[in-house]
Design a protein around this ligand. Sequence first.
Ligand code: ATP
Length: 353
Amino acid sequence: MLEIRKLTKTFGQGATQVTALHEVSFTIAEGEFFTLLGPSGCGKTTLLRMIAGFEQPSGGQLVLDGQDIAQLPPNRRPVNTVFQNYALFPHMTVAENVGFALGAQGRPRAEIDDTVARMLALVQLDHLAHRRSGELSGGQQQRVALARALAPKPRILLLDEPLSALDMKLRKEMQVELKRLQQETGLTFIFVTHDQEEALTMSDRIAVMSGGHIQQIATPRDLYDNPANSFVAGFIGESNLLDARCDGGKLVLAQTSDSMPVAHADGAVTVMVRPEHIVLGKAQGSALTFLATVDRLVYFGTDTHVHTRLADGSVLVARVQNALRDGVPWQSGDRIEVALPSDAIHLLPKDAA
Ligand code: ATP
């Protein structure tokens, strides 16, 4: 439905020039919940603003339904944006806010009233239609902003960190709500966030960005299970990264010199292991086992994070589920066996230093 081809954006000139996006390419399917995820400054807002038409590309194409829309002004693109700060008209009622764009298009009164009623039912705000939007809570204002953006029936809804102004509890509720809205309407959503948990819980696919590049595009599950590189491994969930070498069919850990057979080209690699996959104590069938010292225990309710220190000083964190009554049987200073099961070991390209 939407094809982004080699989209580039530079700001400024000469010595102060910043390249916010470097030839970014990807395709979004109709009805997808697609998320742009990355740390501050990675270029996700710039990319969204170019799709909306608020920013002109320095190069590349934006093709929607087979038509290059890069030169169309924002109001002629079949897309609409929900902003972080809602941008409602505070003196207008909820219903007036939601019907505003339709009124500006000169639609008949009856059609506007009908659409406003349907949109307010969709976001469960029918009872507040005549309240001024400036008198609503943050969560209610967010729903009005959503209803207003959906009212003109855009082909794509763009959402720029729409939940970041809400407190944690409301934010979680709105995550579920947004996903429901997207599924009920069947609309294509492009969602921008720097919050990996938010991205994982809502998206069909996620594009992980850093430094103006896309690092990987995949389903939440695939990003977590098969990160393409150590940036993605570190940004999605928690991970342990260890230096290692592949040498003549063997993987050798730099920190412990332990080794296991491996089918991989010779050279330096990074070994990635998720904390919940590490086994502490003796384990059958583990590929790599070595001794480490318990450094500290951090209690998280459902589980405990056990920080272990290897001989060279590097730290490996294991996550152990808490049993019903007993705590973990180790304490700081204990020497324990750390086991990495073979299917928990992922080899990533070694980062350029
Ligand atoms: P955040 O989460 O902080 O909003 P982001 O990932 O959305 O970050 P962008 O706002 O897209 O990042 O910015 C990407 C890069 O482009 C940054 O280095 C930023 O400083 C730069 N940039 C963005 N807008 C402009 C502008 N109008 N003029 C100059 N540089 C800009």
